[in-house]
Design a protein around this ligand. Structure first.
Ligand code: NAD
Ligand code: WQD
Length: 352
């Protein structure tokens, strides 16, 4: 029995493959490579010491997904495939709803057809209400959701609702929704990592590209928030800890403990770090300067967002174990060894 892992050539999926292999699970990767490169799969293959079953295709292509279900005995799906750039989703809402929402519906239809009814879905902290009074306290799974501010966030919220309705219609479905906070870092070998195309939107890849000399300076979006140093605070989580949460979710689905009423989990560390703290930590880990300028707030940003992940600890037996130092160290190892991501392997002037 195999796990179909959609979107596994991407950042979080590729790290999850390593943890799945370590736990003895077998899998097939399904990805259209719209935001990734096959090289990530080659690198994962080297880490785990065996070939990986890879099928290129789009989740919206029903015939192609059916072919994959015909070819392999698939028992579970871990569904990472999706578009994730918040700003781009505002410019291209139809593309985001088509890819993320329609894509998920097409995938679920084929799963149902082949009687495959176990799924772990990549959701996001972005589904929580942005204007929530809870923003200054750790977010809990029961906090209000749905008052999203961009089509990307709305697409994740819609998929959560669709999965919920699917379960109501068919109780055989076993669904786990993981709401990730801010994934950062890389596998400790530095051979796989985050490879954003173009100018990074997220803080950590922007910091790492500045440290390696690809960007002149980092723009810090606002220093007038109601936080200790005035900059935004987020719950950054090491991608390997996040990957491990997927293994725990699959274990949970397989266990007698599985309870459909407890199937949404926050995956964060429970600690919030400000932008300035992140810059300092990265400078320490990389031994490089990260020049920055304070600029106006980015529209749509909130001051503070961090997780209460106690439910994941209690039910899944999962908790984050890697600290900020490890996040920055591993990110730097990846960035300095692969300044152009998967396109080029080495950078001569980067400190190893
Ligand atoms: P990523 O872009 O690196 O990986 C997504 C993968 O999905 C890519 O390899 C892409 O080629 C593939 N893909 C996209 N649309 C597809 C389609 N229609 N058919 C087949 N493959 C398709 O992103 P990531 O950071 O690894 O994120 C993985 C998932 O986690 C996404 O669903 C994302 O929304 C979610 N998530 C990410 C973050 C984050 O900050 N990285 C936070 C919360 C949730
Ligand atoms: C973190 C902090 C910025 C860039 C986004 C999505 C969310 C999820 C994770 C997918 C904030 C500040 C950033 C920069 C900065 N993705 N910042 N300069 O906004 O918490 O969440 O990624 O699901 O849905 O919204 O993450 O990394 O963009 O920002 O000062 O160049 O860094 O203002 O305080 P965010 P981020």
């Amino acid at each position: 029995m195999k796990i179909l892992v959609t979107g596994a050539a991407g950042y979080i999926g590729s790290h999850t493959l390593v943890e799945l292999a370590n736990a003895g699970y077998e899998f097939v990767v399904y990805d259209n490579l719209s935001n990734s490169s096959k090289e990530s799969i080659n690198r994962v293959s080297k880490i785990i010491g065996k070939d990986i079953l890879f099928e290129q295709g789009d989740i919206r292509d029903t015939k192609r997904v059916q072919e994959v279900f015909e070819k392999y005995d698939i028992d579970w799906v871990i569904h990472f495939a999706g578009l994730k750039a918040v700003g781009e989703s505002v410019e291209k809402p139809l593309e985001y709803y088509d890819n993320n929402v329609i894509g998920t519906i097409r995938l679920l239809e084929v799963m149902k057809e082949y009687n495959c009814k176990k799924i772990v879905f990549s959701s996001s902290a972005t589904v929580y209400d942005e204007k929530s009074p809870y923003n200054y306290t750790p977010l809990r799974e029961t906090d209000p959701t749905g008052d999203t501010t961009n089509p990307y966030g709305t697409s994740k919220y819609m998929i959560e609702r669709i999965l919920n309705d699917l379960y109501i219609s068919d109780n055989e479905f076993k669904i786990v929704i993981l709401r990730y906070f801010n994934p950062v870092g890389a596998y400790e070998s530095g051979t796989i990592g985050e490879d954003p195309s173009g100018v990074p939107n997220n803080l950590m890849p922007y910091i790492s590209q500045t440290a390696v000399g690809k960007r002149e300076f980092l723009s810090v979006f606002g220093d007038d928030y109601d936080t200790k140093d005035g900059t935004g605070v987020r719950d950054y989580i090491h991608v390997v800890d996040l990957a491990d949460a997927h293994v725990k979710a699959i274990d949970y689905i397989n266990s007698d403990k599985f309870n459909a009423n407890i199937s949404i989990f926050n995956i964060g560390t429970g600690f919030g770090y400000s932008v300035l703290k992140m810059i300092k930590a990265y400078e320490r880990a990389s031994n490089k300067q990260v020049p920055y300028k304070i600029v106006p707030r980015r529209s749509g940003d909130i001051a503070v967002c961090y997780a209460d992940s106690s439910l994941a600890k209690e039910v899944l037996g999962w908790e984050a174990t890697r600290d900020l130092e490890a996040m920055c160290r591993d990110s730097w190892k990846w960035q300095s060894n692969n300044p152009d991501g998967y396109k080029e392997k080495k950078c001569n002037n980067a400190k190893k």
